[in-house]
Design a binder for this molecule. Structure first.
Ligand code: B12
Length: 456
């Protein structure tokens, strides 16, 4: 059998751990393995936070032939610790590490003998092929033919170039049935209905934002699941898991207008009682498209505005002007769609004045929800390399860098962030709007929780 798992977050994580969302990537890999006939279990330990001794007991009980671990840069140490524990209990078990960190910094994992393989990029095909080789005992001889797989042989790091999946529709729905769905936070502030589930419908991004590393995972060309396939998954969620809402976590949901329109038409035709939210860029919307989206159940759109300073927008290579953002927000409002957005503070080259400009721009945009997040640099992005080269960092936790320049450091950023959030949240107009929208109890609860988590 194959055990797929996430690892517990670091116990001293200084960042806000965010929503309790299911590990979709791991569920996709699980579905592909099941389709090929393997018995699969998933342990979402990012959610369950079981101590390592308990993880050892689970491995001892399940006796897996292969353990596959998702590794993000934030959970790098946890991943090594877990791999070591697996090998201690079952030395013959092969440990395969995939996910973001495996894709951006594979060498840092392969240097450790407790990790047998890394999978760079999409995991479905690579993991299935690798499992075939491992279960036949032909793993190391055959691995050179598996795209995206990396391993160490006779002291040499061998890494096969990943291959993107061209027919995304052939990828089975994520194996949510292997996840403890009732334990996830299946509600989001952007929708009134619950339970809400997440879906990912695009892979690949043609843009060049300097803070983002996603190209290394999915490639530059954006591939999209076909509209009928997307609607089928929405239906499947509604029927099997009782979903009343879907959050499409894909970065650029509306990147291909025709496909978005087809999706909207199908959603209406199927009369699905499901509301939805998506993420997109301000330059990927038009009035007619928004009207269609609204009529197909879209309630809220989230935008990464990132900065109100054109200079910072240039540094991060976002390629969206303030006018474009203002126009997109106006069009959303006219279409009756709510708007959520977030800004980043702490970009190298940014000044405190630029951060104030972001606050002013947020007020001008007047979104329904707004966040100010401290920028953290991760491997694989252009800014990360620059920060490393110019030593512009304040703290390093393995691969996570907080930026330090002449204008700010981590401590001062936290103070600025608090100030921006307070100024944003304490306006009577916004408090009233929240009360009207969410009710007084939920506003009071949110105030307490944001005071606790006002960091990222
Ligand atoms: C939803 C999301 C979350 C959710 C859920 C994460 C989860 N449990 O999966 C929550 C809110 C919990 C979250 C938390 C965090 N996140 Co997050 N998150 C995302 C987001 C938006 C989508 C992830 C997703 O579902 N993608 C769709 C699925 C299908 O793709 P996938 O997960 O990459 O999986 C594929 C491959 O990676 C691979 N794969 C994955 N796992 C495995 C395992 C094996 C064995 C194999 C073989 C292959 C494999 O195969 C999968 C299918 O092809 C991404 C951005 C993005 N566009 O991807 C950021 C992203 C993954 N998050 C990121 C970060 C930094 C974080 C946090 C540190 C944030 C924080 N401040 O707390 C934490 C840490 C999470 C962790 N476990 O390490 C970074 C990771 C960068 C890095 N180098 O690690 C990303 C890439 C965003 C970014 N560019 O900054 N996140």
């Amino acid at each position: 059998m194959i055990l797929l798992m996430t690892t517990a977050p670091p116990s001293n994580a200084p960042w806000f751990l965010g929503r309790k969302l299911p590990p979709l990537g791991l569920a996709y890999v699980g579905a592909a393995l099941e389709k090929s006939g393997y018995k699969v279990e998933i342990l979402d330990n990012y959610l369950l936070k079981k101590p390592i001794d308990e993880v050892k007991q689970i491995v001892a009980k399940l006796e897996p032939e292969i353990v596959g671990i998702t590794c993000g840069s934030a959970t790098y140490q946890r991943c090594l610790e877990t791999a070591r524990a697996v090998k201690e209990i079952r030395p013959t078990c092969k440990v395969v590490v995939g996910g973001w960190h495996a894709s951006y910094a594979p060498d840092s994992l392969l240097e450790h003998s407790e990790i047998d393989y890394v999978v760079m990029g999409e995991g479905e095909q690579a993991m299935t092929q690798l499992a075939g080789l491992i279960t036949k005992g032909a793993d190391y001889e055959g691995a050179s033919g598996v795209p995206g797989v990396g391993y160490m042989r006779n002291g040499n790091l061998l890494k096969n170039t990943p291959q993107v999946i061209t027919d995304l529709d052939a990828v089975p729905f994520p194996a949510r049935h292997l996840l403890p769905m009732n334990l996830y936070g299946r509600r989001i502030e952007f929708l009134k209905v619950e339970p809400v589930d997440i879906m990912s419908i695009t892979r690949g991004c043609p843009y060049n934002c300097a803070y983002c590393d996603i190209e290394k995972l999915w490639g530059k060309k954006c591939r999209i699941f076909s509209p009928p396939r997307v609607v089928d998954e929405v239906k499947h969620l509604a029927e099997k898991f009782g979903s009343k809402g879907v959050y499409f976590i894909s970065d650029n949901f509306t990147i291909r207008k025709n496909e978005t329109e087809d999706f909207c038409d199908l959603m209406k035709k199927e009369k699905l009682d499901v509301e939805w939210v998506c993420d997109t860029r301000a330059d990927l919307l038009s009035k007619d498209l928004l009207v269609k989206m609204k009529s197909a159940g879209c309630k809220t759109i989230w935008f990464g505005v990132e900065s109100g300073s054109p200079r910072v927008i240039d540094i991060i290579n976002k390629g969206i002007s303030k006018e474009q953002t203002l126009k997109a927000f106006k069009l959303c409002r006219e279409a009756g769609i709510q708007v959520a957005c977030s800004f980043m503070i702490g970009i190298p080259g940014e000044t405190v004045k630029d951060m104030e400009e972001s606050l002013r721009f947020a007020k001008q945009l007047d979104p329904d929800w707004c966040g100010f997040n401290i920028y953290v640099a991760y491997p694989g992005s252009i800014l990360y390399e620059e920060i490393l080269e110019k030593h512009l960092y304040d703290r390093v936790e393995d691969f996570l860098f907080y930026v330090k320049t002449e204008d700010f450091d981590f401590e001062s950023l936290m103070k600025i962030q608090r100030r921006l959030l307070t100024s944003w949240n304490h306006s009577p107009k916004r408090i009233l709007r929240k009360i009207r929208r969410d009710g007084i109890t939920s506003v009071a609860k949110a105030a307490v929780s944001s005071a606790r988590h006002a960091r990222f």
